[in-house]
Design a protein around this ligand. Structure first.
Ligand SMILES: [Zn+2]
Ligand SMILES: [Zn+2]
Length: 277
């Protein structure tokens, strides 16, 4: 399984000379199974260059899974060019929000005047939509699946665990911990022995008390979850728009220092990163 980071900025995209190392595009991750099944999680602004990268291997078949529909996770969807090209197959998954399905949200809330002039119906690829439940499992290919469960975040979000043969990757974007020292048992079970856990580390432990209920977490909550779940490799994601490269570098140092006796390895996700599991 290969994990690629196309965008990992949270809340809003950013651009500045001080953000060159980790990047400014908002949430988008690509996961490719050993058998070649391609999954994209979220359509933040990082999905635009991802779409461009796929144009040299048309036609493409993609499973696009939405963790939730906050702007930083959907804003790039209208610029995902493979959706406009006949012959491509795009399987879209997301939870309903009230009466609104993923299709309704993309159609009526994102690609609709006066916010956007081009309707969803213009997209020429084959688009299929699957409503996700509260929790469950989706078979994506041979020996390749995605389990999901609800996490604490305003308007709701799902955490995902991808299993490809004996390898696993857990993606927990946009989660607010309940306690930074006593992790939720359901989440401990979810990350159990995972090869890599990508976790929302938007705030430092010092910043967090001023941002309670904003829906995001800290590297300290992540570290304690990892200890309980027996996982070692933590990828810090959903970087705060106010955190420049230097600030994130320091967060990585601080997190590794605090958890060095527990042998948790913290790294911060950056745009263009590719991780082979
Ligand atoms: Zn977000
Ligand atoms: Zn969110």
């Amino acid at each position: 399984m290969i994990v690629r980071v196309w965008g990992t900025r949270g809340s809003t995209p950013v651009s500045s000379q001080n953000y060159m190392k980790y990047g400014g595009s908002s949430s988008c991750y690509e996961i490719i199974s050993d058998a070649g099944t391609r999954v994209i999680v979220d359509a933040g602004t990082g999905i635009r260059p991802l779409g461009a990268s796929l144009l040299k291997e048309l036609p493409v078949e993609v499973h696009l899974i939405f963790s939730h529909y906050h702007w930083d996770h959907i804003l790039g969807f209208p610029f995902f060019v493979p959706c406009f090209i006949p012959g491509n197959k795009i399987h879209i998954y997301g939870q309903k929000k009230g009466n609104l399905s993923a299709m309704n949200i993309l159609d009526k809330h994102l690609m609709s005047p006066p916010n956007f002039p081009v309707p969803l119906s213009i997209m020429g690829a084959s688009l299929t939509f699957t409503d996700l439940e509260d929790r469950g499992k989706v078979e994506l290919g041979k020996n390749f699946s995605m389990s999901y469960l609800p996490m604490n975040h305003p308007n709701g979000v799902i955490g995902m665990r991808f299993e490809d043969g004996d390898k696993s990757f857990v993606l927990m974007t946009d989660i607010e911990h309940i306690s930074d020292t006593i992790p939720d048992p359901a989440l401990v079970e979810f990350v159990k022995n995972s090869n890599l856990v990508a976790y929302d580390c938007q705030y430092t432990p010092d910043e967090y008390p001023m941002r309670v209920s904003f829906g995001h977490s800290t590297w300290r909550a992540a570290g304690n979850l990892m200890i309980q779940g027996g996982a070692k490799n933590l990828l810090m994601i959903h970087h705060d728009p106010d955190h420049d490269d230097e600030f994130i570098d320091q967060m990585v140092i601080d997190a590794n220092e605090e958890f060095k006796d527990d042998e948790i390895n913290f790294t911060a996700a950056f745009e263009g990163q590719e991780i082979k599991l």
